[in-house]
Design a protein around this ligand. Structure first.
Ligand code: NDP
Length: 488
């Protein structure tokens, strides 16, 4: 086994071996807080590498699926222990590779550990049910079987938690995996796979291939021997994956964007609503699919909410996420920075009022990274681009509303439906919100971002392909049901 040290070249992991890609090409993974800092070099693989990885995963399938669930779970417990031991190191790599602050990165690695333990336990839980047959002498039951080889395609914003919440259930239910992480966070991904390797996972059960999504992600989507694809990322790419999967009858699961609203009513605890709007909207530089984006505030409290919000935002410390006391790090990449800046420009062009922020930060050492000011707009109308498209950056739009009903209608006026929150003390409004908001995650007096690993996660409308990840819900995607009828 080849272990990772900083600035080394990270390899693909296929059939239990760390190997160079067939293309011979490598790419530097840069620190978005300081582009002179190279985190490591990663493989820029080609289609042939995917083919070899799929073959390895297919070969490993036969023995892996025959292991009992509890036995498979033991490997996950071991991987959790290894990841826990390497928590500080992997969190630091994550911060250097995609910019989120070190405390957030540590929290995410700990979440990865917890997810592994949760799904390790899942290996012992029920995988079917007995259903009474019309024939009193027969036994009718369901049992769940793995899909086969699963392709795991993940983004850069949660480079530990998302891969683990896909890989852990995939393998505990008996699938084998070809994992393609976002190239921006491929070093972090290699370290996760090192943990599986150190845990003694049999060769071929988890395979890592790094490279461009348009090349190897596409090859995974089209590969005839990949039976299921689980993807998190943009709607644009998600849709193409779905089309390819449908064309060849493969199962797919997509978790995509959000345009998440928070509604603040006049009876809300204002301090709490302000804190939650800042945390939900700006933490991780707004690069969460559950991040708050549109803030609907009742007119009677609008001015005081705005004043408090802007005052608190001014105090946020922006800088290298490795440094103590920093609250918000850089954008994850130059591409992401440019996308966010172009949305801000569009907001101004279309007539929204910029209340704060809006610019790239370039003073002193910030000039070497992809930093951006936290940004707040007002006078945002529902048809503006910044009110409709996912920005994936630290940008909030304040929208004044007269009533709860108006807020609800506007909150639902979006193609997305991932997360939504409301701040109120009124139980009737809370219940109406739970009933009528079009979102897969509904949060009352709590920020829009935040998921617990033991509960189902996913969105409505264009935010997902309507299946759910995490918790017990994961079994629905990663297994197929057999209905069995037995007569003696
Ligand atoms: P992408 O959807 O492009 O990337 C997500 C993953 O898909 C990456 O591993 C990527 O590979 C891969 N990929 C890219 N193209 C293809 C393809 N044709 N076939 C198969 N896989 C592919 O997201 P970006 O990183 O470019 O971010 C763009 C926007 O997407 C963001 O601004 C944000 O709005 C949204 N997004 C949403 C996320 C969420 O959590 N819902 C997460 C990330 C992004 P690679 O990056 O290596 O090329």
């Amino acid at each position: 086994m080849k272990m990772g040290t900083e600035k080394q070249t990270y390899l693909n992991y296929i059939n239990g071996e760390w190997i160079h890609s067939s293309t011979g090409k490598i790419e530097a993974s840069l620190n978005p807080a300081n582009i002179d800092d190279i985190v490591g070099y990663v493989q820029e693989s080609g289609v042939e590498d995917v083919n070899v990885a799929v073959e390895a995963a297919r070969r490993a399938q036969a023995a892996w699926r025959k292991l009992s669930g509890p036995k498979r779970g033991e490997y996950l417990f071991r991987a959790a222990d290894v990841l826990e031991k390497r928590l500080d190191e992997i969190a630091e790599t994550m911060t250097r590779e995609m910019g989120k602050t070190l405390p957030e990165a540590k929290g995410e690695v700990q979440r990865g550990v917890n997810i592994l333990r949760y799904y390790a336990g899942e290996g012992m839980r029920s995988i079917g049910e007995v259903i009474p047959s019309m024939d009193s002498e027969a036994l009718m039951f369901t049992t769940r079987v793995p899909l086969g080889v699963v392709g795991v395609i993940t983004p850069w914003n949660f480079p530990v938690a998302i891969p683990i919440w896909k890989i852990a259930p995939a393998i505990v239910y008996g699938n084998t995996v070809v994992f393609k992480p976002a190239q921006e966070t491929a070093v972090t991904a290699a370290k996760i796979v090192e943990c599986f390797d150190q845990a003694g996972l049999p060769a071929g059960v988890v395979n890592l291939v790094t490279g461009k999504g348009s090349v190897i992600g596409n090859a995974i989507a089209e590969h005839p021997h990949i039976h299921g694809i689980t993807f998190t990322g943009s709607n644009e790419v998600g849709k193409t994956i779905a089309q390819k999967a449908v064309a060849r009858g493969a199962k797919y699961q997509l978790e995509m964007g959000g345009k998440n609203p928070v509604i603040v009513l006049e009876d809300a605890d204002l301090d709490r609503a302000v804190e939650a709007t800042i945390s939900g909207g700006l933490r991780s530089t707004g690069q969460k699919c559950t991040a708050t984006s549109r803030v609907f505030v009742q007119s009677s409290i609008y001015e005081s909410f705005k004043e408090q919000l802007l005052a608190k935002i001014k105090q946020l410390k922006i800088g290298d996420g490795l440094k103590e006391g920093v609250w918000m790090g850089p954008c994850a990449s130059r591409k992401q920075l440019e996308t966010i800046l172009s949305y801000i420009e569009k907001g101004i062009e279309e007539g929204a009022t910029l209340l704060c922020g809006g610019r790239r930060l370039v003073d002193g050492e910030l000039g070497n990274g992809f930093y951006i000011e936290p940004t707040v707009f007002e006078n945002v109308s529902p048809n503006m681009t910044i009110a409709r498209e996912e920005i994936f950056g630290p940008v909030l739009s304040l929208i004044k509303v007269d009533t709860f009903e108006e807020a609800l209608a506007l909150a639902n006026d979006t193609p997305f439906g991932l997360s939504a929150s409301i701040f109120t003390q009124n139980i009737g409004k809370m219940l109406a919100f739970i009933q009528d908001i079009e979102a897969g995650l509904v949060r009352i007096n709590e920020e829009s971002a935040g998921v617990e690993l033991q509960a189902p996660f996913g969105g409505m409308k264009q935010s997902s392909s309507h299946s759910r990840e995490q918790g017990r819900a994961a079994i629905e995607f990663f297994t197929a049901i057999k209905t069995v009828f037995v007569k003696g």
